[in-house]
Design a protein around this ligand. Structure first.
Ligand SMILES: *Cc1c(COP(=O)(O)O)cnc(C)c1O
Length: 717
C-alpha cells in the first residue's frame, strides 16, 4: 500500500534499461575518443558490455520464467522486422550491402542483423530457442554447465581469439564458423547463458517480490568487485592483442549475476514508460546518429557536433530520447485502449474495462504451461467472475477456446443466446425437471451423484451428454471415487451419455506438506478410478481435475481439460498468491467510477450514514459514484479501503452507501467533479489490485470480482 509495502517491485530493472540503452549508444559513438583511447576503451569496450547481457537477462526472466515464449518471440520478430525496414534503406545508402550475395544477405538477416546494433534481435530469438530446446532435452542441473560451455566456446571466438594461434586446427574450425556468423557473440554462444541467468533470477534466487536473501550492499560490492576484475581482464587482453572482438569476458558472467540481483532489489517503483522509451531508444539511436551527422553537415557544425566525440554522444542521446518520448506519447494518443476508456469515462457512472490483451496473454501463458494435450476449459460462471460472461466467452472463443464451464443452467443458456458455441459444461445442480432445456440448448450436465443420475435419467426423453463428478476428498459434489458399483450403474443408464469424468481439488493452493499429500491422494484416487473404469471397458471421455491453482501448482497432473477460472482473469485468490505466482498473469479487469462532486467538511462535521465519520480538521471530500450495490464491499467503509484519483490515494470516509461512497480528497490537487476514481486498477504510478480489495475486506479476489454488479457497464478494449 504505502511506499514501504510496495518495495521490491523490480522498478530498478526499468530504470536500468534506460541506462543500458545509453551505454549501447556509447558503444556506437565512442564519446571519450577525443579524450583518451584508454578511457574510451574502458567505457565502450568494458563498461558498456554489461548493457546487452542485461537486456538478455530481463528477457530471460520475464519470457522463459513466464513461459510466454511464443508471443514474445513474435514481438521480437515484429520489432526486428520494423527495424529492418528502417535501416535497410540507410544501409543501402551508406553502401553497406554492395556485393553481398544471397548467402551474405541471409547471414545478415538471420544472424548478424542488418545494421550493427540489430544483431540483438536475431540473437535473442535464437538464444530463446536454444534455451527452450536445452530445457526440453536436458535435466535442469545440466542447463547451466551447457550454457557456460557455449559461452566458453564463444569467448575463444571473441576476446580470447588470439589464444587460438597455438591451436591452428581449432582456429580453422572457428574461421569456418565465421562464414556463418560474423561473431560468436550471438544467439548460440552469447545469449543462452544470460537468458538462463535471467530466468533463474526470477525463480530460484529467492527474489520473488518482497523476499530478499542477501543484503543489497553485498550484491553491490560483489558486482563491483567482479566488474573490477573484468576491467583488468579487458585491459590485459588488449595489452596482449588477443581480441578479435571485445564483447565477451570471463568476468562478465559473475559480474552480471550479482549486478542483476542487486538491481532487482532497488526499491524503485515499476516504470512502464521507461520500458517503452528504452526500447525505442535502442532501436532508433543509430538513425539519430545518421541524422545528427547529416544535420551537422548541413548546418556547418561538424566541428562541434561530430568531431567533438563527447558532444556528439550527448547530441545523439538527447535526439534519441526526444524521439523516443515523442513516440511514447504518440503511441498513447493513438492507442485504441485509451480512446475506448475515455469514451466510457465520458458517460458511464461506474464501469468495468476489460483488457483484451491481458486476457489473450493469460490464455497463452496458461496454455504454454499445460502439457500438450491438455486444453483450457475456462470457468465463466458468475458472469465470468464479474467480468461479463458473454464478452469474455466470445473473446476466448476468438483465442481458439472451444469448451467452457458454468455453474448453472441459466448461465449456459445465456451463453448460447449470446452465440457462444462449443461445449458448455454445467458444473452444479440442475433440477431434473429442466432436462429438456439442457437438451434444447446443447449443454452438458454434471452428474453429481447416483441418485441425481437416476432422477435425471428418468426425466430425459433423449440422450443427454454428461460428465461424472468424482468426489476424491472435497466432499462436495460427486460420486465417491471408490464406488465402482454406482459408477457402473451410471454408465449403464440409457439416457445418459458419459462424455467426461472429473474431480475437484480442494487443497491445491498452499505448499504445506499435508496439503500437497492430500492433493496427491486426490489425484491418485481420481486416476485409479478412471483406470479401473477403462479396464472394465467404459469410455470415460474427457478427464479433468485441475482448476487455477492446480494449473499453477500441479501442471503435470494434466488431463484433457484444465478448468481455469480466477487465473484466467489475471489474479489468484489472494494478493500474496498473485505476487508469488510463477506465471506472469495480467489482471484483465479495472473498475472505475467518477467523482460526482466536491465539498468542504469543516472540523466537527460528520459525513454519511450514522455520522460514522467526523472531521478532525477542515477537509475536502468527494462523493464517488459507486457503492455496495455495485459490488464494492461495504466492509471497506471507514478508511479500510481507498480509491485512486489523479494517481493519488483517496481513503474511504464513513460508511459506503448502496450507490455512493465518500472519499477524502484533501491531499489531491486539482481534483474536480467528473474525475475518474479507480476502484480496481492503475492510476498514474498507483495501483489497487483486486487482491488489495479482497485483503482489505477480509475476502478473496474470487468473491470480490464475482460480486461486481449487473449495474456496471462493461467495456472491452
Ligand atoms: C469454479 C470452479 C472452477 C474454477 O476454479 P478457479 O479456482 O477459479 O480456477 C473449476 N472447477 C470447478 C468444479 C469449479 O466449481
Amino acid at each position: 500500500m504505502n511506499a514501504k509495502k510496495r518495495a521490491y517491485e523490480l522498478g530498478g530493472l526499468d530504470v536500468f534499461r534506460l541506462a543500458a540503452a545509453l551505454l549501447v549508444a556509447a558503444i556506437h559513438t565512442s564519446p571519450l575518443e577525443n579524450i583518451s583511447a584508454g578511457a574510451d576503451f574502458f567505457l565502450t569496450r568494458i563498461l558498456a558490455r554489461i548493457a546487452v547481457p542485461f537486456f538478455f537477462m530481463v528477457t530471460g526472466q520475464f519470457v522463459l520464467g513466464g513461459f510466454g515464449v511464443t508471443s514474445h518471440v513474435k514481438k521480437l520478430a515484429l520489432m526486428y522486422g520494423g527495424a529492418v525496414l528502417l535501416y535497410l534503406p540507410i544501409g543501402i545508402y551508406a553502401g553497406h550491402y554492395e556485393d553481398i550475395g544471397i548467402w551474405g544477405l541471409l547471414r545478415m538477416l538471420l544472424v548478424d542483423g542488418t545494421f550493427y546494433h540489430l544483431w540483438y534481435f536475431p540473437a535473442c530469438i535464437l538464444g530463446i530457442g536454444v534455451v527452450c530446446l536445452l530445457r526440453r532435452m536436458l535435466p535442469e542441473r545440466l542447463l547451466l554447465p551447457v550454457c557456460v560451455l557455449l559461452y566458453g566456446m564463444g569467448l575463444l571466438g571473441d576476446s580470447y581469439f588470439g589464444l587460438l594461434a597455438y591451436a591452428p586446427g581449432i582456429k580453422q574450425a572457428y574461421e569456418l564458423f565465421f562464414q556463418i556468423s560474423s561473431y560468436t557473440r550471438n544467439g548460440l554462444f552469447f545469449a543462452p547463458l544470460f537468458l538462463l541467468m535471467g530466468w533463474k533470477a526470477g525463480e530460484t534466487w529467492g527474489l520473488k517480490k518482497g523476499k530478499l536473501t542477501e543484503k543489497p550492499i553485498f550484491l553491490a560490492a560483489a558486482s563491483l568487485a567482479f566488474f573490477g576484475l573484468m576491467t583488468v581482464e579487458g585491459f590485459t587482453l588488449r595489452f596482449f592483442g588477443l581480441q578479435r572482438h571485445d564483447s565477451m569476458y570471463v568476468m562478465l558472467a559473475p559480474c552480471m549475476y550479482f549486478l542483476y540481483r542487486w538491481i532487482m532489489v532497488w526499491q524503485i517503483r515499476q516504470r512502464r514508460e521507461l520500458r517503452t522509451v528504452s526500447a525505442w531508444f535502442y532501436v532508433l539511436h543509430p538513425a539519430v546518429i545518421v541524422v545528427v551527422r547529416g544535420a551537422a553537415g548541413v548546418l556547418g557544425l561538424t566541428g562541434v557536433l561530430v568531431e567533438n566525440s563527447l558532444v556528439h554522444y550527448l547530441a545523439v542521446c538527447v535526439g534519441s530520447l526526444a524521439a523516443s518520448v515523442v513516440l511514447l506519447w504518440m503511441g498513447r494518443a493513438f492507442s485504441r485502449k485509451r480512446k475506448d476508456r475515455e469514451r466510457a469515462a465520458k458517460t458511464a457512472r461506474a464501469w468495468i474495462t476489460l483488457d483484451r490483451q491481458a486476457l489473450r496473454r493469460n490464455v497463452a501463458v496458461l496454455r504454454e504451461n499445460l502439457p500438450k494435450d491438455c486444453e483450457l476449459m475456462p470457468a465463466v460462471k458468475a458472469d465470468a467472475y464479474g467480468h461479463g460472461a458473454a464478452l469474455i466467452a466470445r473473446k476466448l472463443a476468438a483465442c481458439g477456446v472451444g469448451a467452457f464451464c458454468v455453474a448453472e443452467i441459466g448461465e449456459g443458456i445465456a451463453l448460447r443466446k449470446a452465440g457462444v458455441r462449443g461445449d458448455i459444461l454445467v458444473l452444479g445442480y440442475t433440477a431434473p425437471q429442466e432436462a429438456s432445456q439442457l437438451i434444447r440448448y446443447g449443454l452438458t450436465q454434471t452428474v453429481i451423484d447416483l441418485s441425481y443420475a437416476k432422477g435425471l435419467n428418468e426425466c430425459l426423453k433423449r440422450r443427454l451428454p454428461v460428465h461424472i463428478a468424482l468426489d476424491t476428498g472435497m466432499h462436495r459434489l460427486g460420486v465417491p471415487s471408490g464406488d465402482m458399483e454406482a459408477l457402473r450403474e451410471i454408465f449403464g443408464m440409457k439416457r445418459l451419455s458419459v462424455k467426461g469424468i472429473f474431480t475437484h481439488l480442494c487443497a491445491d493452493d498452499t505448499n504445506l506438506e499435508e496439503d500437497k499429500a492430500y492433493t496427491r491422494m486426490q489425484a491418485r484416487r481420481f486416476f485409479q478410478t478412471v483406470e479401473r473404469l477403462s479396464a472394465e471397458g467404459f469410455d470415460c471421455g474427457k478427464i479433468h481435475l485441475t482448476a487455477s491453482y492446480g494449473v499453477v501448482n500441479y501442471p503435470a497432473l494434466g488431463g484433457d481439460y484444465a478448468r481455469v477460472g480466477i487465473a484466467l482473469y489475471g489474479v489468484l485468490s489472494t494478493k500474496k498468491d498473485s505476487e508469488e505466482c510463477r506465471l506472469p498473469l495480467s489482471p484483465v479487469l479495472s473498475l472505475k467510477a467518477r467523482v460526482a462532486l466536491i465539498k468542504k467538511l469543516h472540523k466537527g462535521e460528520a459525513a454519511g450514514y450514522g455520522r460514522a465519520f467526523v472531521a478532525e480538521r477542515e477537509m475536502t471530500i468527494g462523493v464517488v459514484t459507486i457503492g455496495y450495490g455495485d459490488g464494492l464491499p461495504r466492509s471497506l467503509s471507514c478508511g479500510k479501503g481507498a480509491v485512486l484519483i489523479r494517481g493519488r490515494r483517496a481513503p474511504i470516509l464513513g460508511r459506503i452507501c448502496m450507490d455512493q461512497t465518500i472519499v477524502d480528497v484533501s491531499d489531491i490537487k486539482d481534483v474536480c467533479p467528473g474525475d475518474i476514481a479507480v476502484v480496481i486498477g492503475r492510476s498514474g504510478e498507483e495501483e489497487i489490485g483486486a487482491g488489495d480489495v479482497a485483503e482489505w475486506s477480509g475476502s478473496i479476489t474470487n468473491e470480490v470480482l464475482s460480486r461486481l454488479g449487473k449495474r456496471l457497464e462493461r467495456v472491452i478494449d
